[in-house]
Design a protein around this ligand. Sequence first.
Ligand SMILES: O=C(O)CCC(=O)C(=O)O
Ligand SMILES: [Fe+2]
Length: 340
Amino acid sequence: MVNSCDGVSLQPLLRMASCAAAAQLARAERIDIQRDLADLALAAAECVEHAPAGTALMQCVAQRSPGPNWWLPKSMYDEALRNASCTAASGSIPLQVEQPCTSCGEDKTEKSTVEIYRPPPDPVVLWKRFASPHECDALLELAGGLPHLPALAAGAPQGTIRRSLSKALHWDHHPQLAAFQARMLAAAQNWTGEDRLDPSVLAIGEPMNLAAYLNPGDEYRSHCDGRCGARPSAQDRIATSIIYCQVADEGGHTTFSNGHLKIVPEQGDMLIFGYLVDGRISLEEHSACPVRRGQKWIATQWYRAAGSYATAARAAEAEFCAESEKRIDGDGRAERAVSC
Ligand SMILES: O=C(O)CCC(=O)C(=O)O
Ligand SMILES: [Fe+2]
């Protein structure tokens, strides 16, 4: 009996085909979903520990899995890789570079470190200690404090993959955000090589998103902020920056499972990644691993290409706000109305 396709979030046609194929094969008693998923998880765990840095995890998994994985629904496959990448014993090893510190005031001799995990065209870098504790406190104050962040609505498009509190911070409500966002944008432009990132983020852009993972198990499962490698339309996001204002004592790391990267940030670090790639397997897919102990909160800024920003951002914001207004069942947590 095959019912493991329930809850799978593939494109409907692909999902139907994939699930039908799986059901047919399973009926023929040649395939056992649970067994094949367990094999996949084992292969992924081995690859996460042993594949050399830079090797795409998918290639290693394909070589090590005893059976074919092509028929598994994509979301199950992605989840297995992601779970393995979250349990990896240590973080990936980056190339480190030093640069003049842009947040050290008058002291021009101070340097800041940037860790390069992957070069363009889909770069991933971690700017160490980008935000000071004071800057993070200021962001939180604008959001009204951690206990007052609204929970993501269960009915929201991302409600099934994201378990966290979340709030949009609007520039026009909080003018003091502007200088900080300008610094984030400059860093993102520099490290993605994307001078197309729209500077109008400062005036009318997609709001900054504060997200808090306060309970054990809070997470953001595998997803793409952009188009997962498909040709981006004029309105799609092309880069992301995430400031880790608080990191969990255990868990809560960020992984790029397809690209075999595990980022273990410290407080104040900013992750920057770009994903304007076309026509090849995307390494953009990423996730926030479940928090195991302690709490984590982040500030995310998504970027689009110049010219696309105003309409797309407004549409996205309107959708987000409409969904967020819905009440939340909250998985046993207190129900709370959401204001946007
Ligand atoms: O919390 C994280 O580590 C990842 C967050 C994320 O993917 C996002 O905000 O788009
Ligand atoms: Fe993301």
